[in-house]
Design a protein around this ligand. Sequence first.
Ligand code: AMP
Length: 418
Amino acid sequence: MYRAPRGMQDILPDDQPEWHYLLDRCADIAKRYGYRRIDTPIVESTDVFLRGVGETTDVVEKEMYTFLDKGENSLTLRPEFTAAICRAYLEHGMASWPQPVRLYSIGPLFRYDRPQAGRYRQFHQFNVEAIGEADPTVDAEVIDMAGLLYEELGIPRTSLLVNSIGDEACRPSYVAALRDYFARHLGDLCADCRGRLERNPLRLLDCKNSVCQRIGDDAPRSVDWLCDACASHFATLSRYLDRLGRPWQVDHRLVRGLDYYTRTVFEYQPHDVGGQSTIGGGGRYDGLIAQLGGRPTPGIGFATGLERILLNLKKAGFEAPPPARPVAYVVAIGEETAADAVALAATLRRRGIPTAGPVGGRGVKGQMRQANASGARYAVILGPDELAAGEAQLKPLQGGEPRMVPLWRIADALTADT
Ligand code: AMP
């Protein structure tokens, strides 16, 4: 028997109501903040992610689904949205639109990661980007939008962690200090971290190994190495966050996994699942557009995993709105009424009434069982006698008396009752 690829899931009909509820909430909040939807292809030229995300990141080194198409072009299933959206920003000349350009996306992403609870190889994100503005008001806007989403969804208690990792002016000296510090502890570091020390010492700060974490506790802190411009940006953002009244704290270990971040980085973590289950996060990427070949253009974004939101919601006792049920289930008695029953069901649907059936070749009992199982409010029963009289029987399935209704009035009768 075939199964879905490892780490990838079907979203079954029963799961669709909660799924769509979530999609709607995300789209609603994005619109309220003035973000417009953009959809980019599921695949991009591999270069977009190599240059955008960074060659020494886990995502690029280990997790990309990359393949050659029949024209020998290297394509990659998108592992994240930001680089792809910046590619679209450049391709479509969005620099000439009023800045910042506020965009959101919802869709599947692919990372060849070790599957576990809340970690999949195909997962979905709600992602927002504000491109073209360096001012910290936009940082505050994006951070607030994420927080409000969790609040309105009813995810109880999340911590907002924020850090500033500087820019190209001040980060090199911070990274050098970090490299010196970790080099002094080389013997105690895990193999991964020893390998990363030269290439990407920032990543040592978010290693999950407990010994590396303890060493990281006393590592130099990026906020102590900020240049004046970055320090002032962070101080202003801190004021805005305080003023928003949303509790937050600086997390010196927060660096995020992707290379393109500058200055502000942030994450939301649910309280009851420990530090590793970030529900969403983001940050500034003031160098990314230039990295992709555009003029220097600042930007900031945020992404949250929909599967992870659902896990948290379910833990908090969330129940999805009940699935939609048909209003009518058309039952045909006997072969000779089948054609008229098919036409009647079609007419009801054209009138906007969710209608199931008829299914031919079954007895009345079998069809009534199906009608009941469908959750429909009414069975619309059409037999030879009814047909001869130009009527159908309208039978309430959740209690009530059946009645005969002229065929031309069935849609009105169902509409009046719904
Ligand atoms: P990232 O793009 O890595 O910053 O991730 C942003 C959010 O996407 C995370 O906080 C998760 O909610 C979600 N996410 C990231 N990777 C996965 C994955 N492999 N499976 C499910 N959700 C993920």
